[in-house]
Design a protein around this ligand. Structure first.
Ligand SMILES: *Cc1c(COP(=O)(O)O)cnc(C)c1O
Length: 225
């Protein structure tokens, strides 16, 4: 178990000119690995599993910004609501309602990204273009005062077909640019797209936040998806 420090510095240097934020995806990795990156000055970590996130939050430094990037079940929102920095995968209005409810209980406003389905695989969660548009024009998002919608998140297809990935990232960027108009200046500013295998392309397509795991921490002990 160890982190790739050189790779970390290389990625940071690559992101800096574009002002893209790096989320270190640490799911399945031991606390020591997170601590090593923390000791290099890194603060933003992404996790996919609620119990694992809760355990790590309890034992690692308090100034870490925890990003929840996995599929979140409504009945588990309460466990992360007290501390989560940004929930990336909000894929239904029901979930948005629950986050709002738990935000109210915690007396905080929880930052969220709406997840958009852009990939060809059917298993990936998220709003499609029309559903997203409908949600924004309906004005219903203003009914959730304990939620701050900061932008969109998406996952491209599990493929190395650059043309396909290009189209998917461009589509997500076009939704982002359009949705932005429905929010006050400065609020809707985060486009979370790009992972270890496709982050360079994602940046060229307008990503503002990349979620990188295996390049930093090494391969995980299960296959993607
Ligand atoms: C695991 C995961 C990542 C990181 O994947 P890598 O290929 O290891 O960089 C990014 N985003 C989401 C939603 C993930 O589940």
């Amino acid at each position: 178990m160890s982190i790739n420090k050189e790779q970390y510095l290389t990625i940071k240097a690559q992101l800096a000119p574009h002002a893209v934020e790096l989320i270190a995806v640490s799911k399945t990795k031991p606390n020591e690995d997170l601590q090593s990156l923390y000791d290099m000055g890194h603060r933003a970590f992404g996790e996919n599993y609620v119990q694992e996130l809760v355990d790590k939050e309890a034992s690692l430094p308090k100034d870490i910004q925890w990003h929840f990037i996995g599929h979140l079940q409504s009945n588990k929102v309460k466990y992360i609501a007290p501390f989560v920095h940004l929930i990336h995968g909000v894929d239904s209005e029901k979930l948005l309602q629950e986050i709002n409810k738990q935000g109210a209980k915690q007396n905080r406003i929880i930052n969220c990204l709406l997840q958009v389905h852009i990939a060809t695989e059917e298993t990936k969660f998220g709003f499609d273009g029309p559903a997203l548009h409908e949600l924004f024009v309906s004005g219903r998002v203003s009914q959730y005062p304990h939620v701050r919608i900061c932008g969109l998140m998406g996952m491209a297809s599990f493929s190395d077909n650059q043309t396909l990935l290009n189209e998917e990232f461009s589509l997500l960027k076009s939704y982002f640019d359009k949705a932005k108009l429905a929010f006050p200046e400065g609020q809707f500013n985060t486009l979370s797209m790009g992972m270890s295998s496709d982050y360079s392309l994602a940046i060229s397509k307008g990503s503002t936040m990349v979620r990188i795991g295996s390049l930093l921490f090494g391969a995980r002990n299960y296959t993607k998806n």
